[in-house]
Design a binder for this molecule. Structure first.
Ligand SMILES: [Zn+2]
Length: 155
């Protein structure tokens, strides 16, 4: 019996991960890699490469816990990318996901990790909850601001 990968998303992830390993070995993205990725990702690859070129991929490492958060800076806001889950907080993610595709932020994150073309930012754990809240908020809140002292701790 042969196993078939019916879900397109799976093959996209697999393809991307395979090429990322090659990229990592070569230390950079070459034409060979682009030629493999381009037919699958098309415009999304171009946008991902643009994000890499602009250094819009950021890796936050929170200390002392060592928690890692990947951020891709988009046109209007910053997007939280979870590489292990192939998850992103952008609006496009749901749309792409249902079509079996990855959004370009995830592609950018994976390529950035493979090439090392990202900004490494170390922050204190105390900032983690605040930043996560910001990244997960899909709309800008215009309501009154509270002092941080009044904020209740949530986990
Ligand atoms: Zn996204």
């Amino acid at each position: 019996m042969t196993e078939k990968t019916g879900r397109p998303k799976f093959s996209e992830v697999k393809m991307l991960e395979t090429v990322c390993k090659e990229v990592q070995a070569d230390g950079r993205i070459t034409k060979v890699h682009r030629d493999k990725l381009s037919p699958i990702f098309g415009q999304r690859l171009e946008k991902a490469l643009e994000a890499l070129g602009d250094r819009r991929v950021k890796k936050y490492v929170f200390q002392p816990s060592g928690r890692i958060v990947w951020i891709v800076v988009g046109k209007e806001r910053e997007y939280l990318v979870m590489p292990a889950a192939e998850y992103c907080t952008c609006d496009d993610f749901y749309f792409q996901f249902h079509q079996g595709h990855l959004c370009y932020h995830i592609i950018a994150q994976k390529l950035a990790e493979a090439t090392g073309e990202f900004d490494l930012i170390e922050d204190d754990d105390q900032l983690f909850d605040i930043l996560i809240k910001e990244w997960k908020t899909t709309e800008v809140r215009v309501s009154k601001k509270h002092e941080s002292a009044a904020e209740e701790s949530t986990t």
